[in-house]
Design a protein around this ligand. Structure first.
Ligand code: GLU
Length: 447
């Protein structure tokens, strides 16, 4: 699910500037760990939910730990003949409900803690949508925008080789994430297959159709996000027709969500990518913005739109806000100024727990990442099953199955939220964590 990055102010803070940027008077309050480190954020969400579920200390200790963490340093021959050493990670958080599943991210600011958090969120995400996987994530510290195709291929093949002890269709199955795509998945699948001596399509998902990819996988995250928004609009009595939508990040998830929301009658008033943000209160044509971006490399410069500071997009006058970029974008400092009625997290971890509390207080409906962006991994599950069965399903079968999984997950989370009188994130986490805890208790402890 390649998503576009926006400036990550929290990363600067992480590197030793312990203040929140803020526009009002007075001294900014010190940041808590959950505001500066995605893993602390994931753990804080877990601890709050585990307390609500009254999990035993032993179960809490088990579920809050990542099962396996592999860190690799490896060389890549660059185009100019030089040798560069890269660092990569693959973390498997939990394998109780099945093989671990989760994307691979290429980004200059990848850290082990970020990958741990993303792996933990994958465990909860797979449990929320009820697919038989645990959670994992991979990351390589690199800037793919400054690398040639040959260099990226070399990096991908060597990283795959380094993490091969963890990989396999029955153990750990990568997929695309930020700045990786189906081309990267094809190289991974080929490298793994060369090592074992036969073709193993089920070792990765998000592959090109020609080598065992599934119909609908490319659009799945954005499409799933739209299904969840539609369900929420219906249940909470919000009209989608004419609703104003702002989308932060115009990669695979954000651009597809914008297109589907537009088809549902919504008006896309602002979008952004790593180069900037554009706005038009009258509406931007999502299809034309996608075409503009694929021609020029950015949404910036789209005719008929004004440029706005990227940070303003989150606070724009809109009904629905779709953060589809990176973690910790909605924080304690900007949360009080958010005007959207619904936030649908197409990205993983875009809202800190502190911001969550403010948004809840202000009556904003939060559709959490582990539900709103689960479409990607649901379709990945279908792709994996098709590869194992060596049988490709026709598109209507994928579409029907997909909509059913997403709608059922929404309803389960919604009912939990109503029943326990909690926000949708807490409800989704309660549902997910209790499923994993139940599976752990049912299997028992070895030996
Ligand atoms: N990277 C996507 C996510 O964060 C998809 C993972 C997958 O399909 O395994 O959900």
């Amino acid at each position: 699910m390649p998503a576009e990055a926006v400036p990550r102010t929290y990363l600067c803070q992480r590197k030793g500037n312990p203040t929140v940027e803020h526009s009002g008077p007075g001294t900014p309050a010190a940041l808590t760990p959950a505001e500066t480190d995605p893993y602390a954020m994931a753990l804080s969400q877990f601890d709050q939910t585990a307390a609500r579920l009254e999990l035993s200390p032993g179960m809490r200790g088990l579920l809050r730990s990542c099962k396996r963490e592999l860190c690799v340093h490896f060389p890549v021959r660059m185009d100019d003949g030089s040798l560069r050493t890269f660092t990569g990670y693959r973390v498997q958080h939990n394998l109780t409900r099945g093989p671990s599943k989760g994307g691979l991210r290429y980004h200059p600011q990848v850290t082990l803690d970020e990958v741990r958090a993303l792996a933990m969120w994958m465990t909860w995400k797979c449990a929320v949508v009820n697919i038989p996987f645990g959670g994992a994530k991979g990351g390589v510290v690199c800037n793919p925008k400054e690398m040639s195709e040959t260099e990226l291929e070399g990096l991908t093949r060597r990283y795959t080789t380094e993490i091969t002890p963890l990989l396999g269709p029955a153990s750990d199955i990568p997929a695309p994430d930020v700045y990786t795509d189906e081309r990267v998945m094809a190289w991974m699948m080929d490298t793994y297959s060369m090592h074992v001596g036969y073709t193993v399509p089920a070792v990765v998902t998000g592959k090109p159709l020609s080598i065992g990819g599934s119909q609908g996988r490319l659009e799945a995250t954005g499409r799933g996000c739209t299904i969840v928004i539609k369900e929420a609009a219906e249940h909470f009595g919000i009209r989608l027709e004419g609703a104003a939508v702002a989308v932060q990040g115009f990669g695979n998830a954000g651009s597809v969500a914008a297109r589907y929301l537009q088809e549902a009658g919504a008006r896309i008033i602002a979008v952004s990518d790593s180069r900037g943000a554009i706005h038009n209160a009258g509406g931007l044509d999502a299809v034309k913005v996608i075409a503009h971006k694929s021609k020029t490399g950015s949404v910036v410069g789209f005719p008929g739109a004004e440029s706005i500071p990227p940070a303003d997009l989150l606070e724009s006058e809109c009904d629905i806000l779709v953060p589809a970029a990176l973690e910790a974008q909605i924080v304690r400092e900007n949360a009080p100024r958010i005007k959207a009625k619904i936030i649908a997290e197409a990205a993983n971890g875009p809202t800190t727990p502190e911001a969550d509390a403010i948004l809840w207080e202000n009556g904003v409906l939060m559709l959490p990442d582990i539900l709103a962006n689960a479409g990607g991994v649901v379709c990945s599950y279908f792709e994996w099953v098709q590869c194992l069965q060596k049988f490709a399903w026709p598109e209507p079968q994928v579409c029907d199955g997909f909509s059913n999984f997403m709608s059922r997950a929404f309803h389960e989370v919604y009912h939990m939220a109503q029943q326990r009188r909690v926000d949708m994130r807490t409800a989704a986490l309660m549902l997910a964590i209790s499923k994993v805890a139940d599976a752990t208790a049912t299997r028992g402890i070895y030996p």
